[in-house]
Design a protein around this ligand. Structure first.
Ligand code: SF4
Length: 643
């Protein structure tokens, strides 16, 4: 028997240690999660010397991944204040504009289910960290209570006020916790195609237990302080059918007067429900109507009472509740039938003053279907062409998601500040602005591209000014127009519209991203760069790089490449849905097939933007890409590009 096979016997001497505050390095308790990280790092650094290559590194501080503007000192005298304030630094031009909410958990009451660690790893990695720490400790020690060994198999968060952190406090999130079931069964429901390793979901609970969780979350929901318990969202079914929907809506409205935006399949939007909702304005609904035909809606969604959703449009208009219409043109029946139904549904939405129509191009993962369900290129192009042909017939703006697909297909000139729609009742609609106009000036600012136009318009939207002069190019002629910012009506709403009701073909690519890329390349002194993006962004990116003086005439080899989405498979082509393993696989394949090892890999941050903690959809941290491929990886800070 070797030492590894030896098992302890009752006769062994027992090395007993008390769990005592006095034994703590700092001689005090952990007062926050930050303290816990700090004390753990201090303990590790008492045992190991971190190295980079052959060099030893002295570590005296750390940053949390969800806020890189703060360095937390490891050995400050005044730990309390150092932990709470940190040192503010201007790290680089890539500095994050804003972080999404993070932090927090739920104290399990009697009969509470266990929560998903994967989900916590995505939204509050400290919980996963505690789990690993406890697992490690329990591998080495046994815990005692009054001289007896106690077996520990779970932990719970102790004082929830310690888990409250910065948050945008979107009231809709509270209703999102109720969206755990659906009364329809759409043939294309994306929930059926979720991989088991997705970090977004929590184990299912009873409606009453969900209600108890939301009640607790509401207790720690402080919109005026912009603080909240950490989120654990993920379900995207139908909130309206939850038995506690009305109670939660009432409580949410008591706590926040902000706009509540709810996505619904419309099946519960009876006259009575819409009357009830009127008491909770400002509201905005995204109605997944999919079809205005009772027969087709029944066929596609298995909605038992399709007429309720269809009839809800005039009722919403009458009640003054703005709504968007969502259509997934699913290739069911002939392509002609699908396109004809899409047009009729847009027609109906336009007739009933919808705020906007969103055409969501049909997608599915390999978990939804292993076999090809339809000709992807043919179907997407047919839908986009139809939308392009009919768009200007209607007053309601029609957008395609992902918008970049349409731009890639039809627009030779990328990033153009071209108006593709104007929300009825908006400042844009009152100004004789027309779809097809290209914005050339806003106020005295000359407009060069779409992101610039959007930024200026959203600044104006938040301002109290009464009017602004704009200049547009229409069929080769320059026109001067005036936007009256105060003369607005239904369905425009200052709460939901961000660009004065002017709709563009997606976000476009910000010039700032290219500057950030240049900064990263210079910082690393890289000469051979692999930039990983999506098939939708690649043409636009290559074009702006070609035009950039930074890349012209330089001894820099930059290759823009598209890793396939093996994780989700199917016809998924959005870069934001790539996961860490997709990047690792692609980089390894690239090195093997080209025999070239890049000296820098750059990846846009959008696949890791979910929680601010740099995690992908599976809860895995992006740093694993560099660890596994041994190629330096930099993240290019950017917002989710399509909208
Ligand atoms: S309405 Fe939405 S959640 Fe419900 S089955 Fe259809 S796609 Fe899925």
């Amino acid at each position: 028997m070797n030492w590894k096979q030896t098992v302890s016997s009752d006769n062994d001497y027992i090395f007993r240690y008390r769990i005592d505050e006095a034994n703590n390095k700092e001689g005090g308790k952990c007062n926050s999660r930050l303290d816990l990280v700090k004390k753990h790092l201090q303990s590790i650094l008492d045992i190991v010397i971190p190295c980079s290559g052959d060099s030893e590194i002295r570590i005296d501080g750390f940053k949390l991944m969800n806020d890189r503007s703060l360095i937390h000192g490891l050995y400050d005298q005044d730990n309390e204040s150092a932990a709470s304030s940190g040192r503010k630094i201007l790290e680089s031009p890539l500095f994050r504009e804003a972080m999404r909410e993070s932090g927090g958990g739920e104290r399990n009451g009697q009969g509470s289910s266990f929560r998903s660690i994967k989900n916590a790893a995505l939204y509050e990695p400290t919980v996963e960290y505690i789990q690993r720490l406890l697992q490690g400790l329990l591998d080495l020690v046994e815990l005692e209570s009054h001289g007896k060994i106690v077996k520990v198999d779970a932990f719970r968060l102790k004082d929830l006020s310690q888990w409250v952190e910065e948050s945008s406090c979107d009231p809709a999130d509270m209703l999102g916790y109720l969206a755990t079931r659906c009364n329809c069964n759409c043939v294309f429901c994306y929930n059926k195609g979720c991989p088991p390793s997705l970090a977004l979901t929590n184990p299912s609970k009873s409606p009453d237990e969900e209600f108890r969780e939301v009640q607790t979350r509401l207790k720690y929901f402080y919109p005026e302080k912009k603080k909240n318990l950490f989120t654990s969202l993920g379900s995207s079914f139908e909130a309206f059918i939850h038995p506690h929907f009305r109670e939660v809506l009432q409580e949410v409205r008591k706590k926040s007067d902000k706009l509540i935006r709810i996505t619904t399949n419309g099946s519960t939007l009876t006259e009575e429900m819409i009357d009830y909702l009127l008491g909770f304005n400002p509201l905005h609904l995204d109605v997944a109507l999919h079809s205005s035909s009772t027969h087709r809606r029944q066929r596609l969604m298995h909605d038992k009472t399709p007429e309720i959703a269809i009839k809800s449009l005039p009722l919403l208009r009458k009640a003054g509740i703005p709504y968007n219409i969502v259509i997934v043109p699913w290739p069911d029946g002939s392509p002609e039938e699908m396109l004809d139904d899409m047009e009729k549904t847009i027609d109906y939405a336009d007739e009933n003053d919808a705020h906007l129509v969103e055409i969501s191009l049909p997608g599915y993962s390999k978990y939804f279907s292993e076999r090809e369900l339809f000709d992807h290129d043919f179907t997407w192009e047919a839908i986009a062409r139809k939308v392009k042909d009919i768009r200007y017939k209607y007053q309601v703006p029609i957008v395609i998601r992902p918008a970049m697909y349409e731009e890639r297909l039809f627009c030779n000139q990328k990033n153009l500040p071209e108006v593709i729609g104007i929300v009825k009742g908006s400042p844009g609609s009152d100004s004789s602005l027309q779809p097809g106009d290209i914005l050339t000036k806003i106020g005295s600012n000359v407009i060069h591209n779409r992101p610039q136009a959007r930024t200026l318009l959203s600044i104006l939207q938040k301002n109290e000014i009464e009017s602004v002069a704009i200049e547009v190019l229409r069929k080769g002629r320059t026109l001067d127009l005036l936007l009256n910012l105060n003369k607005t009506s239904y369905p425009y709403s200052r709460d939901i519209d961000t660009h004065l009701g002017i709709i563009f073909m997606g976000t476009g690519l910000r010039g700032g991203y290219l500057e950030s890329l240049e900064y990263l390349i210079e910082k690393k002194g890289a000469k051979n760069i692999l930039f990983l993006t999506s098939i939708l962004i690649k043409p636009l990116l290559e074009k702006v790089m070609l035009e950039s003086p930074f890349f012209r005439g330089r001894a820099i080899d930059i290759k823009v490449a598209v890793p396939p989405n093996r994780f989700l498979g199917g016809n998924i082509c959005m870069g934001d849905l790539l996961v860490v393993q997709d990047y690792i696989d692609y980089i390894k394949d690239y090195i093997n097939s080209t025999d070239v090892k890049p000296d820098l890999v750059v990846i846009p941050s959008s696949p890791f933007n979910l929680s601010g903690w740099g995690r992908d959809l599976t809860g895995r941290v992006y740093m694993d890409i560099e660890r596994e491929t041994e190629v330096p990886v930099e993240i290019l800070e950017c917002q989710t590009i399509y909208d």
